[in-house]
Design a protein around this ligand. Sequence first.
Ligand code: ZN
Length: 123
Amino acid sequence: MNEARARLVTEYIEECWHTMKVDLYNHPNCYCTKCGTSGYGNDCRTFANWNDFGRIVEVLQEKEDWEKFLTYAHYIAPQEVDFGYPVLCGSDMAGFSSWLFTNPARFCNLVGEWLESLEKKGE
Ligand SMILES: [Zn+2]
């Protein structure tokens, strides 16, 4: 996932997209200039693991966006972007679900694409 998309997803789940600054006089030796989180490097989410996947699913449900995202992923994205899913998953929700839930990086990326599509539409 590119940085702009990762930042967008991070903001969607209402977390800080850290801007880490090195501070050699302290331990840990990096801190975020926005939220103050300290660490040893860039601790932003990678959106390539099950932990990040799970957090996004939680937020989609909390914000009641799950249906909207699913509609995008199931019907719209296959027509608009080449994201590796065999076109015409159409009515096969079981096949679609197993495709959607077997690769956290792919899922997170698709959520990012959905958010970008909302930005384009101005929502
Ligand atoms: Zn931060």
